[in-house]
Design a binder for this molecule. Structure first.
Ligand SMILES: Nc1ncnc2c1ncn2[C@@H]1O[C@H](COP(=O)(O)OP(=O)(O)O)[C@@H](O)[C@H]1O
Ligand SMILES: [Mg+2]
Length: 264
């Protein structure tokens, strides 16, 4: 038995691009999230963070190892479990400019899962979109706008509303603030924390910034070249990092120059 909602067990992912060397994006990685937990995944660019999220989301298959949802191996899903997985695990990606279809209105974007899964009526979807716009603090009359009419921060709110549509258990947040400036980024992180308190949803929060993880997460893992080199409660990892790489990530985020030393 497992208490993880979603979990990768000993996953490996090797890419074999034509005419180029193989890329070992992930090597024997185990990582999961429990109900109500906010777990961080930190590492420099190219360390394999997005690859791991794509495996958890079912966008790609691991080369070896397995992904489990509520204790069931994804290769053994029946229709009911597949539907539950589809509704229970959602995502917000890094770039709010490319993640929203430019030809669709916001109500349509926000409730797209409902259209696929439940074949919901237009009236039902518009009503749900209004609730969700409210939840992410956007005006309800944004429902008929197109993505290009919004700022980056507003678009990321739309992406969050879309991720909330089917009352997920877990939201994968893949560097959701990295395309935003500092003040907008703070507003989005506060919104995410408020939603977590309100809804009890779990987050997997992917970042290269240790400071952000300290603000957002209970527990974190540190990924280096496709391997988890350190994992534990955020205070422990930040207060007494065991690995030189973790220390360098902390230094890079200038945590120590911004804040007094964290207690170990
Ligand atoms: N589709 C792909 N084909 C070939 N290599 C890939 C592909 N996707 C990712 N990679 C490689 O896998 C490694 C990990 O990438 P990624 O998971 O995007 O890292 P991160 O999100 O931490 O920046 C990188 O070396 C990247 O170039
Ligand atoms: Mg990435």
């Amino acid at each position: 038995m497992t208490d993880f909602i979603i979990e990768a067990r000993s996953v490996t992912k090797t890419y074999s691009p034509k005419g180029r060397d193989e890329v070992h994006a992930l090597a024997d990685v185990s990582f999961g999230v429990r109900p109500g937990e906010m777990v961080g995944l930190v590492g420099e660019s190219g360390s394999g963070k997005t690859t791991l999220m794509r495996l958890l989301l079912g966008i790609e298959e691991p080369t070896s190892g397995s992904v489990f949802f509520k204790g069931t191996d994804r290769s053994k899903f029946n229709d009911a479990v597949r539907r539950d997985y589809f509704n229970s695990v959602s995502a917000v990606f890094q770039n709010p400019y490319s993640s929203l279809n430019p030809r669709r209105r916001l109500w349509d974007i926000i409730t797209e899962r409902r259209a696929i899964e439940r074949r919901a009526s237009r009236a039902n979807r518009r009503e749900r979109a209004a609730e969700l716009l409210d939840q992410v603090a956007l005006p309800q009359d944004f429902a008929d706008r197109f993505p290009h009419q919004l700022s980056g921060g507003q678009r990321q709110r739309v992406a969050i509303a879309r991720a909330l549509c089917e009352d997920p258990d877990v939201i994968v947040l893949d560097e959701p603030m990295s395309a935003l400036d500092v003040s907008v980024s703070a507003q989005i992180s506060n919104l995410l924390l408020d939603l977590q308190h309100e809804l009890g949803v779990s987050y997997i929060f992917v970042a290269h910034d240790m400071h952000m993880v300290r603000h957002m997460c209970h527990r974190t893992a540190v990924l280096l070249k496709g391997k988890i080199v350190e994992e534990g409660p955020v205070e422990a990892v930040l207060g007494a990092p065991q690995h030189q790489y973790t220390r360098s990530l902390i230094d890079a985020s200038e945590l120590r120059s911004l804040e007094p030393a964290v207690e170990g």
